[in-house]
Design a protein around this ligand. Structure first.
Ligand code: HEC
Length: 156
């Protein structure tokens, strides 16, 4: 009886602790609990090949507004650098994918197929110094919901 009581209180203490950690994770330190649930964009989530194809696509279809080096222009915000990565900090990669898929290019939204979106997104990740890996970035947006865009590498 005593033992069982201990077990129960131990369980509730640990779930409380987890809850506490999780709420802490949201406000001050987003990397403790969350990086076990989500995989971050620092884990090598696209291939070099995708980024190379994405680069030529970017130059043809995005650079007029967002600039040759993603620096932005009078017509469009930058897609690289501090402001960009902190704007998207803790967002889901799927959100960024859909932002491009449904609203870009701004003068002809919805004109890109999934492969083009995945490749141009890979290129944007590369320019922002997220490393390439061996697995391709999925063209299926539902596969991307567990991937988190983090401005700062949680495991440098
Ligand atoms: C005609 C100009 C134009 C073109 C071409 C264009 N964009 Fe944009 N883009 C914009 C504008 C304006 C915004 C800001 C308004 C908005 O977020 O919808 C924007 C916003 C974005 C954002 C969100 C930036 C942020 O910080 O939230 C992304 C990502 C993006 N564009 C990607 C692309 C990609 C990829 C292409 C090429 C396939 C592209 N854009 C082509 C004008 C353009």
């Amino acid at each position: 009886m005593v033992r069982r009581f201990r077990l129960i209180s131990l369980l509730s203490v640990s779930s409380l602790a987890l809850f506490f950690l999780a709420s802490l994770g949201k406000s001050t330190e987003p990397f403790s609990v969350w990086d076990e649930i989500y995989k971050s964009a620092w884990a090598g989530i696209y291939t070099d090949g995708q980024a190379v194809r994405g680069e030529s696509f970017y130059r043809a279809r995005c650079a007029t507004c967002h600039g040759m080096s993603l620096e932005g222009s009078e017509d469009a915000p930058p897609l690289s650098g501090r402001d960009f990565v902190f704007d998207w900090n803790c967002a889901n990669i799927a959100d960024l994918f859909e932002k491009i898929q449904f609203t870009m290019p701004a003068n002809r939204p919805g004109g890109l197929n999934e492969q083009q979106v995945a490749e141009v997104l890979s290129y944007i990740l590369k320019v922002n110094r997220f490393p390439a890996g061996t697995n391709a970035l999925s063209q299926n947006v539902d596969d991307l919901r567990g991937l988190m865009f983090l401005a700062v590498n949680p495991h440098p």
